[in-house]
Design a protein around this ligand. Sequence first.
Ligand SMILES: CC(C)(COP(=O)(O)OP(=O)(O)OC[C@H]1O[C@@H](n2cnc3c(N)ncnc32)[C@H](O)[C@@H]1OP(=O)(O)O)[C@@H](O)C(=O)NCCC(=O)NCCS
Length: 181
Amino acid sequence: MTQDLQIEIISTDKISPELDKQIDQLDHLAFADEKHDDPEFNSIDWSSHIEYMALGRVDNELVTLLGLLKREILVGKKPVWVAGVGGVATHPSWQKRGFSSTLLNVAEKFMREEMKVPFGLLVCADERRSFYGRAGWKLIADKLFFIQNGERRSLKTSVMILPLSTEVWPSGEIDLRGLPW
Ligand SMILES: CC(C)(COP(=O)(O)OP(=O)(O)OC[C@H]1O[C@@H](n2cnc3c(N)ncnc32)[C@H](O)[C@@H]1OP(=O)(O)O)[C@@H](O)C(=O)NCCC(=O)NCCS
């Protein structure tokens, strides 16, 4: 039942300290049991330059969220603008009701119409591919490159894109040119 879900997309500079606390609490609960195959994973700094948060509430309680940022990355030799989607999470007590899928749908419209980028891009664990696949995301790589403290590093992960225009994804390795999200 998703009809009770109230969704807003808010610029992160408008987030109050109280809301920030609620977001942190939900993140900690949702990601508490997260495990990673890549041993490098725990040494990665994730980008803190999130520009927007998509938030879903039921009766004023924050139950689902995701973060969005805009970045020009490199694919092969071609610069490509993407909307990065990260921190996708639903409170454990509210999972499997379609809330995150609904939020992803609303975020898709926002990425296309407000962020005006040709693609969304996210990384996820292999077992989440089908979840994002049902929301229109396509697997395009099992590895990407990023920069942390001036060092170019690689991450083995499922890399998925969401086509938002008729633009075709170029071939070549993916370089986020900064921290991952
Ligand atoms: C991944 C996550 C965000 C999904 O949130 P969610 O709100 O439960 O997502 P949805 O309800 O839209 O879909 C989840 C599943 O429930 C199913 N579902 C949706 N509505 C349902 C319903 N009414 N009854 C039963 N199942 C339902 C979906 O088909 C989906 O199945 P799948 O996992 O096999 O793909 C959530 O599990 C979570 O926070 N996980 C921990 C953090 C994490 O791993 N985030 C992803 C980082 S990439």
